[in-house]
Design a protein around this ligand. Structure first.
Ligand code: SAH
Ligand code: SF4
Ligand code: F3S
Length: 451
């Protein structure tokens, strides 16, 4: 058993919720070996980067961050000769042995499939010096079997699948996260019950495509079964990410009308409003099919907030294709849209497609979409004015200690002045009623009714 008594570590987490969840596991694993988590690099003898390579900007940022900590001295009293720098996550998985060549002061490289090996690699690096790289093709365990240190006591990620089989032509994820594997339904249900018993108010089920859950399991349980089972745990708020339109079933949509704790928000990435581009992306649905799903959803519950992801500037995107995307966004009326400029990722099919749209044209399209998204969000949020919403309090607002911040069931940020004589620590992790007075594009504000 490696021993890291009182060694201090800090974590840098980039990318998606999978990484956020992995970081909670990494913190749990390191602490189970005696290490202690700290908030700043100055206090840390070990720096762990949990990385993302979904777009080029993520790569560039990581390189800059790792380089920038190089000359920061070790905390006083450390017995180490140098700060241990560890790189895990999707860049670790992708680059493996090539990483120390790019970043000479890196000590440990691990991947997405072997986070439990980090203490062993660290111990070896501390004892022997040199670079310790270990990346596995495929893990035999689920990270959910490992110790965890939740970032917030009231919220938990619960992975139901790992990996992805979809191979959208622009996307690196299937190459760095491996093939899709589902966890047993009983294990997921047992985890949900344990989390609720531990005081968790909100569970977010995780998977790159939660809708394809169960295809690799005996009896082929479906995602709707997972939703029902986790809902039965009695958790107050149930969410999930991410949902692929090609596999979203009517059965799941109908659950928005029957499961009280399934929150009224759905993230359904569309990527493009042009059938030609969707085909080139290998998304395997049409705009018409996507709109049918949205319509069905709104019939079941018109109050569900919708969000999506859009890529602008996919190779060969014409003005007409972009206009179709713009029209789709306008037509659906999303509460939130995550907009991305296409970034070629080496090894993916799209990286070798002809890509000759000028950068300025793509930027102009992107900017006009961002403006539309903001208008849509503003309009969508107006429906909450005058309503009483339950808000899960996360803490004081970053800008003002006297204002609490949290999320509504629709996943919209809500701010409200802290009631007279109430300590924020007494409200954090609780669900309080807030009457909404104002709605902006990115948040709502109002007053706490009864804390
Ligand atoms: N599994 C999720 C998405 C994971 S990545 C899903 O299928 O919805 C999150 C988002 O990043 C994607 O939805 C896509 O919009 C964007 N993205 C992925 N690869 C990209 C690339 N090469 N360039 C730009 N955006 C990309
Ligand atoms: Fe990437 Fe597509 Fe898989 Fe999402 S579904 S992770 S976009 S390959
Ligand atoms: Fe990034 Fe890896 Fe997630 S590439 S988006 S951290 S799966």
């Amino acid at each position: 058993m490696p021993n890291l008594p009182h060694k201090t570590f800090c974590l840098y987490t980039y990318g998606c919720q999978m990484n956020e969840h992995d970081s909670e596991r990494i913190a749990g694993i390191l602490e189970s070996h005696g290490a202690v988590q700290v908030d700043t690099i100055e206090e840390a003898e070990i720096a762990v980067f949990v990385t993302c390579c979904i777009r080029e900007a993520a790569d560039v940022r990581l390189m800059g961050q790792v380089a920038s900590i190089k000359n920061i001295p070790l905390p006083e009293g450390s017995t180490l000769a140098k700060r241990m720098v560890c790189i895990g996550g999707c860049i670790g998985q992708r680059d493996g042995d090539a990483l120390p060549g790019k970043l000479a002061h890196v000590d440990v490289v691990f991947g997405t499939q072997n986070i439990e090996r980090l203490p062993y690699l660290l111990e070896a690096a501390m004892a022997e010096g040199g670079h310790h790289v270990e990346v596995l093709e495929k893990s035999t365990t689920f990270s959910t079997d490992l110790p965890s240190k939740r970032e917030h006591p009231w919220a938990a990620w619960l992975p139901i699948t790992v990996g992805c089989n979809n191979f959208c032509t622009y996307c690196i994820v299937p190459y760095v996260r491996g093939r899709e594997r589902s966890r047993a339904l009983e294990d997921i249900a047992a985890d949900a019950r344990a989390l609720v018993a531990d005081g968790v108010k909100e569970i977010t089920l995780l998977g790159q495509n939660v809708n394809s859950y169960g295809r690799d399991l005996y009896g082929e349980p479906r995602f709707a079964d997972v939703l029902r089972a986790v809902s039965e745990s009695g958790v107050e708020r149930l969410r999930f990410a991410t949902s692929h339109p090609k596999d979203l079933t009517r059965e799941v949509i109908d659950l928005y009308g029957t499961l009280d704790n399934l929150m009224p928000s759905l993230h359904l990435p569309v990527q493009s409003g042009s059938n030609r581009i969707l085909k080139a992306m290998n998304r395997r649905y049409t705009v018409e099919r996507y709109l049918e799903l949205i319509e069905a959803m709104r019939e079941v519950n018109p109050d569900v907030s919708l969000s999506t992801d859009i890529i602008v500037g996919f190779p060969g995107e014409t003005e007409e294709d972009f206009q179709a995307t713009y029209d789709l966004v306008k037509r659906v009326g999303y509460s939130q849209v995550f907009t991305f400029i296409y970034s070629p990722r080496e090894g993916t099919p799209a990286a070798s497609m002809v890509d000759d749209t000028p950068r300025e044209v793509i930027q102009r399209r992107f900017d006009s979409l961002v403006d539309l998204v903001q208008e849509n969000a503003f309009e969508q949020n107006q429906r909450f004015v005058g309503r009483e919403l339950s808000v899960l309090v996360e803490g004081a607002s970053k800008r003002d200690d006297h204002v609490l911040t949290g999320h509504s069931p629709h996943n919209v940020t809500v701010h409200a002045p802290l009631p007279e004589g109430v300590d924020i620590d007494d409200l954090v992790g609780r669900i309080v009623p807030v009457r909404i007075d104002h709605a902006r594009a990115w948040y709502l504000s109002g007053g706490v009714l009864d804390a």
